[in-house]
Unconditional design. Structure first.
Length: 240
């Protein structure tokens, strides 16, 4: 298994090269625009990484405040995005927001790591972040969570039993709707694909890339969302 914390803290540049090749067909920005009104919207983004999703939000006309726990990732985001948005170093578990301070609250490829990093209390930790984001939403605002449904796979599915439980939690307790997106990586060559995919996902998938001569690597993404009705409280949760 890849050491994602080490990658985020020490290999942010290589990570940015990888994610810059993702979603070659532009499915993610189209889906974001369909589930939430972004032009002029105030957006809170947690786990912004190197700013991959942040750029899409800004390009759609949103005003973004982003939070990231890794100083190395945030350094790349600041270089890539300049003064286009406010970016802050923070552990998302500690964040609290002003009520009704956003029209969109989003986490992209961040909370799923809690299933490994805080395995004994993953549900409580994820629920706490979602509640903070929910509290920040104005009536009519949209809560969005983006996570993986598999890399190098023929069909979309949670890559692990732990992530499957997390996705069930989003759809069950949080009553979020799931959108399935095809977000393939596109590289200049099979060699480039093998190097970048192997760096993040490990040697087994890199070997598959080489064997299949892929320069376009299959990638599936799930986008979960829920709109906040006026006066609607967060769901009742019974943490494990």
């Amino acid at each position: 298994m890849s050491d994602f914390q080490r990658i985020y803290d020490h290999d942010a540049e290589r990570y940015h090269t990888l994610v810059s090749a993702e979603d070659a067909a532009g499915e993610l920005p189209r889906t974001l625009a369909r589930v939430a009104h972004l032009s002029g919207a105030r957006v809170i983004e947690v786990g912004m990484g190197t700013g991959r999703v942040t750029r899409l939000l800004l390009d759609a006309g949103a005003s973004v405040t982003g939070y990231e726990r890794s100083a190395a990732m945030l350094e790349v985001a600041r270089r890539e995005l300049g003064e286009r948005c406010r970016m802050l170093l923070a552990d998302v578990r500690d964040l609290r927001f002003q009520s009704e301070s956003a029209e969109v609250a989003l986490s992209g490829w961040a909370l799923g790591h809690f299933c490994e990093w805080y395995a004994g209390e993953w549900q409580r930790s994820i629920d706490g972040v979602l509640r903070a984001l929910w509290d920040a939403l104005a009536p009519g605002g949209t809560l969005i969570v983006i996570e993986t449904l598999g890399t190098g796979a023929a069909t979309p599915a949670a890559p692990s039993a732990a992530l499957a439980r997390y996705y069930d939690f989003l759809e069950g307790t949080w009553q979020m709707r799931r959108e399935v997106l095809r977000t393939d990586y596109r590289f200049d060559s099979t060699a480039a694909a093998q190097e970048s995919i192997g760096f993040f996902f490990g040697p087994e998938l890199a070997a598959t890339v080489e064997r299949e001569s892929w320069s376009v690597v299959p990638e599936w993404t799930g986008l979960w969302w829920r709109r906040k009705l006026p006066g609607e409280p967060p769901p009742v949760n019974e943490p494990r």
